[in-house]
Ligand binder design. Structure first.
Ligand SMILES: Cc1ncc(COP(=O)(O)O)c(C=O)c1O
Length: 397
Protein backbone atom coordinates (compact mmCIF):
# COMPACT_ATOMS: atom_id res chain seq x y z
CA UNK A 1 0.00 0.00 0.00
CA UNK A 2 2.60 2.57 1.01
CA UNK A 3 4.34 2.18 -2.34
CA UNK A 4 1.53 4.40 -3.67
CA UNK A 5 2.72 7.36 -1.62
CA UNK A 6 5.04 9.96 -2.99
CA UNK A 7 7.41 11.80 -0.64
CA UNK A 8 6.30 15.29 0.31
CA UNK A 9 8.82 18.10 -0.02
CA UNK A 10 10.08 19.33 3.32
CA UNK A 11 8.44 22.56 4.50
CA UNK A 12 10.84 25.34 3.37
CA UNK A 13 11.02 26.80 6.89
CA UNK A 14 11.91 23.41 8.39
CA UNK A 15 14.51 22.95 5.64
CA UNK A 16 15.98 26.32 6.54
CA UNK A 17 16.09 25.33 10.23
CA UNK A 18 18.01 22.16 9.38
CA UNK A 19 20.51 24.09 7.23
CA UNK A 20 20.92 26.66 10.02
CA UNK A 21 21.65 23.95 12.61
CA UNK A 22 24.24 22.34 10.33
CA UNK A 23 26.03 25.67 9.75
CA UNK A 24 29.00 25.91 12.12
CA UNK A 25 29.80 29.60 11.69
CA UNK A 26 29.52 31.20 15.14
CA UNK A 27 28.13 34.49 13.75
CA UNK A 28 25.21 32.79 11.91
CA UNK A 29 21.73 34.33 12.38
CA UNK A 30 18.33 32.64 12.05
CA UNK A 31 15.65 35.08 10.90
CA UNK A 32 13.47 32.34 9.44
CA UNK A 33 11.60 30.39 12.06
CA UNK A 34 8.59 32.18 13.58
CA UNK A 35 9.25 31.97 17.31
CA UNK A 36 10.11 34.76 19.70
CA UNK A 37 13.72 35.01 20.83
CA UNK A 38 15.04 37.19 23.62
CA UNK A 39 18.16 39.35 23.41
CA UNK A 40 20.29 36.25 24.08
CA UNK A 41 18.64 34.40 21.21
CA UNK A 42 16.69 32.06 23.50
CA UNK A 43 12.99 31.18 23.43
CA UNK A 44 12.45 31.03 27.18
CA UNK A 45 9.52 29.79 29.24
CA UNK A 46 7.90 32.93 30.71
CA UNK A 47 8.46 33.23 34.47
CA UNK A 48 4.69 33.56 35.10
CA UNK A 49 4.09 30.37 33.10
CA UNK A 50 6.91 28.58 34.93
CA UNK A 51 5.39 29.57 38.28
CA UNK A 52 1.95 28.34 37.16
CA UNK A 53 3.60 25.11 36.06
CA UNK A 54 5.16 24.54 39.47
CA UNK A 55 1.85 25.28 41.23
CA UNK A 56 0.07 22.91 38.86
CA UNK A 57 2.46 20.12 39.79
CA UNK A 58 1.08 20.09 43.32
CA UNK A 59 -2.50 21.15 42.60
CA UNK A 60 -3.28 18.78 39.77
CA UNK A 61 -5.09 15.72 41.09
CA UNK A 62 -6.10 13.89 37.93
CA UNK A 63 -5.20 13.31 34.31
CA UNK A 64 -8.67 12.04 33.50
CA UNK A 65 -10.40 13.06 30.25
CA UNK A 66 -11.48 16.67 30.11
CA UNK A 67 -14.11 16.69 27.36
CA UNK A 68 -14.28 18.11 23.86
CA UNK A 69 -14.57 21.76 24.96
CA UNK A 70 -11.41 21.52 27.08
CA UNK A 71 -11.16 23.48 30.30
CA UNK A 72 -14.27 25.58 31.06
CA UNK A 73 -12.32 28.07 33.15
CA UNK A 74 -9.78 28.58 30.35
CA UNK A 75 -12.59 29.14 27.85
CA UNK A 76 -14.16 31.82 30.01
CA UNK A 77 -10.88 33.59 30.71
CA UNK A 78 -9.88 33.51 27.05
CA UNK A 79 -13.14 35.24 26.11
CA UNK A 80 -12.29 38.03 28.56
CA UNK A 81 -8.78 38.29 27.16
CA UNK A 82 -9.97 38.43 23.56
CA UNK A 83 -12.92 40.77 23.99
CA UNK A 84 -12.09 42.58 27.26
CA UNK A 85 -13.81 41.97 30.62
CA UNK A 86 -16.66 44.41 30.03
CA UNK A 87 -17.50 43.76 26.40
CA UNK A 88 -21.31 43.57 26.04
CA UNK A 89 -20.99 40.45 23.88
CA UNK A 90 -19.88 38.46 26.95
CA UNK A 91 -23.14 39.12 28.84
CA UNK A 92 -25.27 38.57 25.73
CA UNK A 93 -24.59 34.83 25.53
CA UNK A 94 -24.01 35.28 21.79
CA UNK A 95 -20.34 34.36 22.05
CA UNK A 96 -19.04 30.88 22.82
CA UNK A 97 -15.57 29.41 22.75
CA UNK A 98 -13.90 26.04 23.05
CA UNK A 99 -10.29 25.15 23.62
CA UNK A 100 -8.43 23.96 20.53
CA UNK A 101 -4.99 22.46 19.83
CA UNK A 102 -3.17 25.74 19.08
CA UNK A 103 -4.25 28.42 16.67
CA UNK A 104 -3.87 25.86 13.88
CA UNK A 105 -6.38 23.47 15.48
CA UNK A 106 -8.70 26.42 16.08
CA UNK A 107 -8.56 27.47 12.43
CA UNK A 108 -9.36 23.94 11.32
CA UNK A 109 -12.29 23.45 13.72
CA UNK A 110 -13.67 26.87 12.77
CA UNK A 111 -13.39 26.01 9.08
CA UNK A 112 -15.13 22.64 9.53
CA UNK A 113 -18.02 24.23 11.44
CA UNK A 114 -18.50 26.93 8.82
CA UNK A 115 -18.43 24.29 6.08
CA UNK A 116 -21.20 22.38 7.87
CA UNK A 117 -23.23 25.56 8.30
CA UNK A 118 -22.91 26.69 4.71
CA UNK A 119 -21.07 24.28 2.38
CA UNK A 120 -21.37 26.64 -0.58
CA UNK A 121 -19.39 29.45 1.11
CA UNK A 122 -16.00 30.37 -0.30
CA UNK A 123 -13.21 31.63 1.93
CA UNK A 124 -11.29 34.74 0.88
CA UNK A 125 -7.70 35.12 2.02
CA UNK A 126 -5.35 38.07 1.57
CA UNK A 127 -2.30 37.92 -0.68
CA UNK A 128 0.00 37.16 0.93
CA UNK A 129 -1.15 35.32 4.01
CA UNK A 130 0.45 32.83 6.42
CA UNK A 131 1.20 29.97 3.97
CA UNK A 132 -0.26 27.36 6.31
CA UNK A 133 -3.70 29.00 6.07
CA UNK A 134 -4.17 27.38 2.68
CA UNK A 135 -3.73 23.70 3.70
CA UNK A 136 -5.36 24.21 7.11
CA UNK A 137 -8.50 25.85 5.80
CA UNK A 138 -8.48 24.31 2.33
CA UNK A 139 -8.47 20.78 3.78
CA UNK A 140 -11.85 21.53 5.34
CA UNK A 141 -13.08 21.72 1.74
CA UNK A 142 -13.28 25.47 1.26
CA UNK A 143 -13.07 26.99 -2.15
CA UNK A 144 -10.26 29.46 -1.40
CA UNK A 145 -10.33 32.82 -3.15
CA UNK A 146 -7.95 35.72 -2.85
CA UNK A 147 -8.08 39.44 -2.22
CA UNK A 148 -5.04 41.72 -2.66
CA UNK A 149 -3.48 42.77 0.64
CA UNK A 150 0.13 43.90 0.52
CA UNK A 151 1.86 45.96 -2.12
CA UNK A 152 5.54 44.98 -2.34
CA UNK A 153 6.37 48.24 -4.15
CA UNK A 154 4.95 50.66 -1.56
CA UNK A 155 5.44 48.24 1.37
CA UNK A 156 1.95 49.15 2.57
CA UNK A 157 -1.46 47.50 2.53
CA UNK A 158 -3.08 48.02 -0.86
CA UNK A 159 -6.29 49.09 0.82
CA UNK A 160 -7.94 50.37 -2.33
CA UNK A 161 -7.50 47.08 -4.20
CA UNK A 162 -8.47 45.11 -1.08
CA UNK A 163 -11.70 47.05 -0.60
CA UNK A 164 -12.51 46.89 -4.32
CA UNK A 165 -12.31 43.08 -4.16
CA UNK A 166 -14.20 42.80 -0.86
CA UNK A 167 -16.97 44.90 -2.39
CA UNK A 168 -17.58 41.99 -4.78
CA UNK A 169 -17.57 39.19 -2.17
CA UNK A 170 -20.94 37.42 -2.25
CA UNK A 171 -23.17 37.32 0.84
CA UNK A 172 -22.41 34.33 3.05
CA UNK A 173 -18.74 33.98 2.03
CA UNK A 174 -16.06 34.11 4.73
CA UNK A 175 -13.23 36.67 4.70
CA UNK A 176 -10.08 35.77 6.61
CA UNK A 177 -8.45 38.71 8.41
CA UNK A 178 -5.37 38.78 10.63
CA UNK A 179 -6.30 40.25 14.03
CA UNK A 180 -2.92 41.97 14.42
CA UNK A 181 0.80 41.55 13.63
CA UNK A 182 0.10 40.30 10.12
CA UNK A 183 2.13 37.24 9.18
CA UNK A 184 4.14 37.54 6.91
CA UNK A 185 4.03 41.28 6.19
CA UNK A 186 3.73 43.03 9.58
CA UNK A 187 1.35 45.49 7.85
CA UNK A 188 -1.73 45.86 10.06
CA UNK A 189 -5.08 47.41 9.30
CA UNK A 190 -5.72 50.78 10.97
CA UNK A 191 -8.79 51.09 13.22
CA UNK A 192 -10.48 53.12 10.49
CA UNK A 193 -9.79 50.38 7.93
CA UNK A 194 -11.26 47.80 10.32
CA UNK A 195 -14.36 50.02 10.64
CA UNK A 196 -14.65 50.27 6.87
CA UNK A 197 -14.40 46.49 6.48
CA UNK A 198 -17.12 46.05 9.11
CA UNK A 199 -19.33 48.49 7.14
CA UNK A 200 -18.72 46.44 4.03
CA UNK A 201 -19.42 43.14 5.83
CA UNK A 202 -22.78 44.56 6.96
CA UNK A 203 -23.56 45.87 3.50
CA UNK A 204 -22.44 42.78 1.56
CA UNK A 205 -23.28 40.08 4.11
CA UNK A 206 -19.89 38.40 4.19
CA UNK A 207 -18.62 37.03 7.50
CA UNK A 208 -15.16 37.83 8.90
CA UNK A 209 -13.03 34.93 10.12
CA UNK A 210 -10.35 36.56 12.28
CA UNK A 211 -7.08 34.77 13.00
CA UNK A 212 -5.44 36.32 16.03
CA UNK A 213 -2.16 34.63 16.88
CA UNK A 214 -0.19 37.61 18.24
CA UNK A 215 -2.44 39.55 20.63
CA UNK A 216 -0.16 41.75 22.76
CA UNK A 217 2.85 41.68 20.43
CA UNK A 218 1.82 44.65 18.27
CA UNK A 219 0.54 47.73 20.11
CA UNK A 220 -0.72 46.09 23.33
CA UNK A 221 -3.32 43.54 24.47
CA UNK A 222 -6.31 45.88 24.09
CA UNK A 223 -5.07 47.81 21.08
CA UNK A 224 -4.38 44.59 19.15
CA UNK A 225 -7.95 43.42 19.77
CA UNK A 226 -9.63 46.49 18.26
CA UNK A 227 -10.87 44.78 15.10
CA UNK A 228 -12.49 41.75 16.70
CA UNK A 229 -13.98 43.74 19.60
CA UNK A 230 -15.51 46.29 17.24
CA UNK A 231 -16.78 43.59 14.88
CA UNK A 232 -18.29 41.62 17.80
CA UNK A 233 -20.20 44.81 18.62
CA UNK A 234 -21.43 45.50 15.14
CA UNK A 235 -21.80 42.24 13.25
CA UNK A 236 -24.33 39.45 13.80
CA UNK A 237 -21.81 36.68 13.15
CA UNK A 238 -18.06 36.28 13.51
CA UNK A 239 -15.48 33.51 13.86
CA UNK A 240 -12.22 34.05 15.78
CA UNK A 241 -9.32 31.59 15.93
CA UNK A 242 -6.78 32.48 18.61
CA UNK A 243 -3.47 31.09 19.79
CA UNK A 244 -1.50 31.23 23.06
CA UNK A 245 1.65 30.01 21.31
CA UNK A 246 3.28 33.42 21.03
CA UNK A 247 1.78 35.61 23.77
CA UNK A 248 2.23 32.91 26.44
CA UNK A 249 5.23 31.25 24.75
CA UNK A 250 3.37 27.93 24.81
CA UNK A 251 4.21 26.83 21.28
CA UNK A 252 4.60 23.09 21.86
CA UNK A 253 1.73 22.87 24.35
CA UNK A 254 -0.75 23.46 21.52
CA UNK A 255 -3.03 25.94 23.25
CA UNK A 256 -5.65 27.92 21.38
CA UNK A 257 -9.36 28.68 21.14
CA UNK A 258 -12.05 28.77 18.53
CA UNK A 259 -14.71 31.36 19.21
CA UNK A 260 -18.04 31.94 17.50
CA UNK A 261 -20.29 34.98 17.70
CA UNK A 262 -23.82 34.04 16.61
CA UNK A 263 -26.94 36.11 16.03
CA UNK A 264 -28.63 34.84 19.21
CA UNK A 265 -27.55 32.97 22.35
CA UNK A 266 -29.64 29.95 21.22
CA UNK A 267 -27.74 29.86 17.91
CA UNK A 268 -24.42 30.17 19.78
CA UNK A 269 -25.32 27.02 21.78
CA UNK A 270 -26.01 25.14 18.55
CA UNK A 271 -22.76 26.32 16.94
CA UNK A 272 -20.69 25.26 19.93
CA UNK A 273 -22.33 21.82 19.98
CA UNK A 274 -21.23 21.48 16.35
CA UNK A 275 -17.71 22.62 17.24
CA UNK A 276 -17.51 19.97 19.97
CA UNK A 277 -18.77 17.29 17.64
CA UNK A 278 -16.19 18.43 15.06
CA UNK A 279 -13.41 18.21 17.65
CA UNK A 280 -14.64 14.72 18.58
CA UNK A 281 -14.38 13.60 14.98
CA UNK A 282 -10.83 14.92 14.48
CA UNK A 283 -8.81 14.69 17.73
CA UNK A 284 -11.51 14.09 20.36
CA UNK A 285 -10.17 16.46 23.00
CA UNK A 286 -7.57 19.20 23.17
CA UNK A 287 -4.41 18.74 25.27
CA UNK A 288 -4.91 20.05 28.82
CA UNK A 289 -1.56 21.28 30.07
CA UNK A 290 -1.16 24.62 28.26
CA UNK A 291 -4.76 25.65 28.88
CA UNK A 292 -4.48 24.90 32.60
CA UNK A 293 -1.41 27.15 32.73
CA UNK A 294 -3.13 29.99 30.86
CA UNK A 295 -6.17 29.67 33.07
CA UNK A 296 -4.02 29.80 36.20
CA UNK A 297 -2.02 32.80 34.97
CA UNK A 298 -5.11 34.76 33.95
CA UNK A 299 -6.99 33.81 37.12
CA UNK A 300 -4.31 34.86 39.61
CA UNK A 301 -3.81 38.58 40.08
CA UNK A 302 -0.08 38.36 40.71
CA UNK A 303 0.63 35.94 37.85
CA UNK A 304 -1.61 37.91 35.53
CA UNK A 305 0.31 41.12 36.19
CA UNK A 306 3.62 39.34 35.89
CA UNK A 307 2.59 37.84 32.55
CA UNK A 308 1.42 41.22 31.23
CA UNK A 309 4.77 42.75 32.18
CA UNK A 310 6.65 39.91 30.48
CA UNK A 311 4.55 40.22 27.36
CA UNK A 312 5.11 43.96 27.33
CA UNK A 313 8.85 43.32 27.48
CA UNK A 314 8.54 41.02 24.45
CA UNK A 315 6.52 43.62 22.57
CA UNK A 316 8.91 46.47 23.37
CA UNK A 317 11.97 44.40 22.50
CA UNK A 318 10.61 43.59 19.06
CA UNK A 319 9.61 47.16 18.46
CA UNK A 320 13.03 48.44 19.55
CA UNK A 321 14.79 45.92 17.26
CA UNK A 322 12.61 47.18 14.40
CA UNK A 323 13.72 50.77 15.06
CA UNK A 324 17.38 49.90 15.62
CA UNK A 325 17.61 47.79 12.47
CA UNK A 326 15.94 50.44 10.38
CA UNK A 327 18.20 53.20 11.77
CA UNK A 328 21.31 51.11 11.38
CA UNK A 329 20.46 50.29 7.76
CA UNK A 330 19.86 53.97 7.07
CA UNK A 331 23.18 54.89 8.69
CA UNK A 332 24.81 52.23 6.58
CA UNK A 333 23.48 53.96 3.46
CA UNK A 334 22.17 50.83 1.78
CA UNK A 335 20.32 52.95 -0.77
CA UNK A 336 17.09 51.07 -0.03
CA UNK A 337 14.17 52.30 2.01
CA UNK A 338 13.67 50.07 5.05
CA UNK A 339 11.45 52.49 6.96
CA UNK A 340 8.52 50.06 6.68
CA UNK A 341 10.31 47.84 9.23
CA UNK A 342 9.89 50.59 11.81
CA UNK A 343 6.24 51.21 10.90
CA UNK A 344 5.11 47.59 10.86
CA UNK A 345 4.00 45.46 13.80
CA UNK A 346 4.74 42.12 15.41
CA UNK A 347 7.47 39.65 14.61
CA UNK A 348 7.55 39.82 10.81
CA UNK A 349 8.29 42.08 7.87
CA UNK A 350 9.44 41.51 4.32
CA UNK A 351 12.95 42.77 3.62
CA UNK A 352 12.11 43.06 -0.05
CA UNK A 353 15.61 42.17 -1.31
CA UNK A 354 16.34 39.99 -4.36
CA UNK A 355 16.77 36.22 -4.40
CA UNK A 356 20.46 36.53 -5.21
CA UNK A 357 20.99 38.96 -2.32
CA UNK A 358 19.13 36.53 -0.05
CA UNK A 359 21.32 33.70 -1.28
CA UNK A 360 24.50 35.70 -0.63
CA UNK A 361 23.35 36.50 2.90
CA UNK A 362 23.07 32.80 3.54
CA UNK A 363 26.18 31.54 1.77
CA UNK A 364 28.63 34.33 2.62
CA UNK A 365 27.33 35.48 5.99
CA UNK A 366 25.30 32.59 7.48
CA UNK A 367 22.14 34.73 7.67
CA UNK A 368 19.09 32.56 7.11
CA UNK A 369 15.92 34.12 5.69
CA UNK A 370 12.98 32.40 3.93
CA UNK A 371 12.60 32.91 0.19
CA UNK A 372 9.70 35.37 0.53
CA UNK A 373 12.26 37.62 2.36
CA UNK A 374 10.11 37.49 5.49
CA UNK A 375 12.33 38.16 8.49
CA UNK A 376 11.59 37.40 12.12
CA UNK A 377 12.60 40.63 13.83
CA UNK A 378 12.75 38.77 17.16
CA UNK A 379 15.82 36.99 15.76
CA UNK A 380 17.64 40.34 15.81
CA UNK A 381 19.47 41.20 19.05
CA UNK A 382 22.06 43.58 20.42
CA UNK A 383 24.83 41.09 19.66
CA UNK A 384 24.01 40.45 16.01
CA UNK A 385 22.45 43.70 14.77
CA UNK A 386 25.77 45.25 13.71
CA UNK A 387 26.81 42.14 11.79
CA UNK A 388 23.37 41.89 10.21
CA UNK A 389 23.25 45.45 8.95
CA UNK A 390 26.87 45.34 7.72
CA UNK A 391 26.16 42.11 5.85
CA UNK A 392 23.02 43.57 4.34
CA UNK A 393 24.92 46.66 3.20
CA UNK A 394 27.52 44.45 1.54
CA UNK A 395 24.99 42.40 -0.45
CA UNK A 396 23.04 45.54 -1.42
CA UNK A 397 26.12 47.40 -2.70
C1 LIG B 1 -1.07 33.93 11.42
C2 LIG B 1 -0.96 32.70 12.24
N1 LIG B 1 -2.06 32.02 12.56
C3 LIG B 1 -2.01 30.90 13.28
C4 LIG B 1 -0.82 30.39 13.74
C5 LIG B 1 -0.85 29.09 14.47
O1 LIG B 1 -0.32 29.08 15.70
P1 LIG B 1 -0.20 27.75 16.54
O2 LIG B 1 1.25 27.47 16.66
O3 LIG B 1 -0.83 28.10 17.85
O4 LIG B 1 -0.92 26.67 15.86
C6 LIG B 1 0.37 31.06 13.42
C7 LIG B 1 1.66 30.52 13.85
O5 LIG B 1 2.70 30.86 13.41
C8 LIG B 1 0.30 32.24 12.66
O6 LIG B 1 1.39 32.93 12.33
Amino acid sequence: MFENLKPVAIDPILGLMTAFKADNRSEKIDLGVGVYQDDQGRTPVMASVKEAESRLMTLETTKSYQGMAGDADYNQRMLSLLFGEDHPILASGRVKSIQAPGGSGALRVGAEVVRKARPESALWVGVPTWPNHIPLLGSAGFDIKQYPYYDMATREINIQAMMDTLRKVPAGDMVLLHGCCHNPTGADLTNKQWDDIADLALERGFIPFIDTAYQGLGDGLDEDAYGMRMMANRLPELVVASSCSKNFGLYRERTGSITFVAATSERAEVVISQAMSTARSIYSMPPAHGALLVSMVLGDQHLHQQWQAELEEVRLRISSMRSLLCDSLENNATGMDFSHIKRQKGMFSFLGISTSQLERLRSEFGIYIVSSTRVNLAGVNSNNIGYLSNSLRTVLE
